[in-house]
Write a protein that binds this ligand. Structure first.
Ligand code: ADP
Length: 744
């Protein structure tokens, strides 16, 4: 939109300045001229008054001369003579101020009075001008003259107000109020042609000539012209002020308009920019569906220009032929005012023929007066959205498929409420959750939660299955804290482990049986000793009893010895039984020294038979162990037996078996070193594997079982070369008495 160009900024205050300058100049001019006019007026007044004074004085003088002349023409007593009468008449007629004329002959009474005169003053005996008298409000003055023969006196009464009326010309009367003041300063006559304005100035002039003591006063009228002249500067000033004010107001208005226009311009530009930057298509139609306006988005979407679309009515060119009906239905619905708040989904066609899906929203187009003038349509291209939704759906399906294909049960639940937010098929199957799980369901193993992350085994008493549960705290899609739990069914593993444990136990027992079998001859020899002793004590007893005087004391001693030997035999048998007995591991407090003694007791004959030199090195401060003593005995038994067997090929002089018991921090460290052939790298690799043996009668399980037992006790077992030849087997077991370190 274009706006008329506004004048340059510096031009704007010019009219105001010119007006102000004009007003100032004019006011100055008026003030100057007004001063001059005032002076002129005063001079004029003075001049006028001088003239007026002169006129009145001259008239009085003229009256006097006329009366003197009249007196000169009065012959004797003949004042009735027609020529005299005619002269009197002429005098009175030409001098209206002469209001009385009487002829006296020296007495009080007038002898003749002019019939035309209204006032006649009495004769006071003097000639010349008399004094001023006010008779019935009229200022009167007399002039008395004497005839040449001194027989008669002519007394003329002159009315000063009449004189004033006649002597003040009209043009002077227009300008001034002329009044006469008596000797006492009071106004005796005035010529008032107009209403008098007392505010104006006065001019006073005394009359120099008779009648004496009179003063002439003039007061100028405030003529309309003068008033106008007075007011004109003010009017002009006000006018200029008003002009200035109006220019100022105009300027302010222009400024405001400029600001508003600038705002409007930027707002229009902004709206246009906003409208054009919208990816939404906007279309305005009239009530018949005729396109009034489309924005750039609409053009971009359809591929038609605004000019091409303007003025078109349905069906529009961007309706695809196969969708005409649907488009028409949507268009009809909009024009009929059936507006769906969710909009209409339709398919449109670009000018190029390409189809695209849109969602159309319609609303009423209301003009500034609130009149419904058409329809406003917003159009969104939802092709990409649909594609994305489909892709999202597919991705979701893939995710669900993968999740449901997992063997593990997966669940996500709210940390606070325990509400199950998501679960896979396996989870639902395994934990048989009812349909209402979506609303609120506590995951069965929720009680297992402690501090994250949690890895635990859990036995579900309902399904009678074992689960390995991995729990992790995580953040859900809505930002809330959740538990992500993966439960893997480990029942099969557990069963296998149990089976293996049992097998292991059996194996251990078998191994012990085998060991015992191998040692059978030694054991037989061992048992033989007490049994032989018992037999010899028995025969000794028999001999004592056969004597005539049996020595009972000796008998009792022999019997005691017998019992002792029987006890020892019993101990040996109990030891063997305990060793070979199949039993579950049981821990108790035990001393390593005692265990070693038991083993050495069992192997005593083997050591002697092989002529091995056994040495023991032991720290003094070894604490007790919390372990299964029989198991540890078996470990030591195996290691010593292996060491002895390894030294079979060693010359007897070198057959040294060194046992050391020492403290290694929190662990007991047991080393059994021999001078056998040592171990090749291949052997080292195979050594602890089950069924690895180099012996003809060996089972190859001994070391494997030993390591299991040690690891079961949270210890370690390894082998290394014995410096100086042979090998040494080392194992550690913790001294810890904490029962929680080992599962019961
Ligand atoms: P077995 O004694 O029944 O063979 P073991 O597991 O106890 O089973 O031992 C496995 C193999 O390890 C033995 O056959 C032997 O070859 C080797 N072996 C064990 N102890 C020693 C040792 N102290 N010195 C050399 N070789 C040994």
């Amino acid at each position: 939109m274009r706006f008329p160009h506004t004048p340059a900024r510096w031009l704007q205050p010019l009219p105001g300045l010119i007006a102000a300058l004009f007003a100032l100049l004019f006011a100055g001019f008026l003030l100057v001229t007004r001063g001059e006019t005032e002076q002129l007026r005063t001079a004029q007044l003075e001049q006028d008054m001088l003239w007026q004074k002169q006129a009145i004085e001259q008239q009085a003088e003229a009256n006097r001369e006329a009366l003197l002349a009249l007196a000169a023409t009065l012959p004797g007593q003949d004042y009735t003579a027609p020529p005299f009468q005619a002269r009197v008449l002429t005098l009175i007629q030409t001098n209206p101020e002469i209001v009385g004329l009487a002829i006296h002959n020296g007495g009080d009474r007038a002898r003749w009075t002019a019939p035309q005169a209204r006032h006649t003053q009495p004769f006071d005996g003097n000639t010349g001008w008399g004094s001023l008298k006010i008779v019935e409000g009229q200022p009167l003055v007399t002039y008395t003259t004497v005839t040449p023969d001194h027989g008669n006196y002519i007394v003329a009464t002159i009315a000063l107000d009449v004189m004033l009326q006649h002597q003040v010309p009209w043009w002077l009367g227009q300008r001034y109020q002329i009044s006469l003041l008596g000797p006492n300063g009071k106004t005796i006559a005035a010529k008032n042609q107009r209403q008098f304005d007392p505010a104006d100035q006065a001019y006073t002039i005394r009359l120099d000539r008779p009648p004496l003591g009179l003063t002439l006063v003039a007061r100028a009228y405030n003529t309309p012209r003068a008033l106008l002249a007075d007011l004109l500067p003010w009017l002009l000033f006000i006018l200029a002020g008003a002009m200035l004010a109006s220019t100022w107001a105009l300027r302010r208005h222009i400024r405001k308009r400029e600001v508003t226009e600038a705002q409007l311009r930027s707002e229009t530009a902004l709206r246009l920019a906003m409208e054009n930057s919208l990816v939404t298509g906007l279309r305005a139609t009239d009530l018949d569906g005729r396109i009034l306006h489309v924005n750039r988005g609409y053009c971009d979407m359809t591929g038609y220009s605004a000019e091409e679309l303007g003025g078109l009515v349905p069906p529009f060119p961007y309706w695809p032929p196969e969708e005409i009906e649907r488009c028409q239905a949507a268009s009809d619905a909009i024009l009929a005012g059936r507006l769906d708040p969710n909009g209409f989904s339709v398919r449109f066609m670009k000018k190029s023929g390409e189809r695209f899906d849109v969602r159309l929203y319609a609303s009423k187009l209301i003009d500034g007066d609130g009149k419904h003038i058409g329809w406003m349509n917003a159009m969104y291209d939802i092709t990409e959205l649909r594609r994305e939704r489909k892709a999202l759906q597919a991705s979701h399906e893939r995710f669900v498929t993968v999740l449901n294909g997992l063997d593990a049960a997966v669940a996500v639940s709210d940390t606070e409420s325990g509400e199950l937010l998501m679960s896979n098929l396996q989870f639902d199957r395994a934990f048989g959750l009812p349909d209402w799980r979506g609303r609120c369901c506590i995951v069965p193993f929720v009680k297992r939660r402690t501090e994250p992350p949690v890895d635990a085994e859990w036995y579900d008493i309902f399904s009678k299955r074992w689960y390995q549960i991995k729990s992790r705290q995580s953040v859900w899609v809505d930002g809330s804290a959740v538990w992500l739990e993966i439960a893997t069914d480990i029942t099969a593993l557990k069963t296998a482990a149990e089976r293996e444990r049992r097998q292991n136990e059996t194996l251990q027992q078998t191994a012990r049986l085998i060991s015992m079998g191998e040692m059978a001859s030694s054991l037989a020899h061992e048992l033989n000793q007490p049994l032989g002793a018992i037999a010899s004590y028995a025969s000794g007893c028999r001999n004592i009893l056969g004597s005539p005087d049996p020595n009972l004391k000796q008998l009792a001693q022999a019997l005691d010895k017998m019992a002792e030997q029987a006890k020892r035999a019993g101990q040996i048998i109990r030891g063997i039984r305990e060793f070979v007995q199949r039993r579950a591991p049981s821990r108790k407090r035990c001393e390593i020294g005692t265990l070693l003694d038991t083993v050495l007791g069992l192997l005593g004959h083997e050591i002697v038979r092989r002529d091995a030199d056994v040495s023991l090195q032991q720290s003094t401060d070894l604490p007790s162990l919390y372990a299964d003593p029989v198991m540890l005995e078996q470990v030591i038994f195996n290691l010593i037996k292996n060491a002895l067997e390894a030294m079979d090929a060693t010359p007897p002089a070198r057959r040294a078996l060194a046992i050391s018991l020492e403290r290694d921090g929190e662990y007991l460290r047991v080393t059994i070193a021999d001078r056998g052939p040592g171990l090749s790298p291949e052997q080292l690799e195979q050594l602890f594997k089950p069924f690895f043996t180099t012996k003809d009668t060996g089972m190859g399980m001994g070391l494997n079982i030993c390591r299991s037992i040690i690891e079961h006790h949270q210890g370690r077992m390894w082998v290394e070369a014995n410096p100086g030849g042979g090998s040494r087997f080392i194992f550690t077991v913790p001294f810890s008495e904490e029962p929680n370190a080992i599962e019961p």
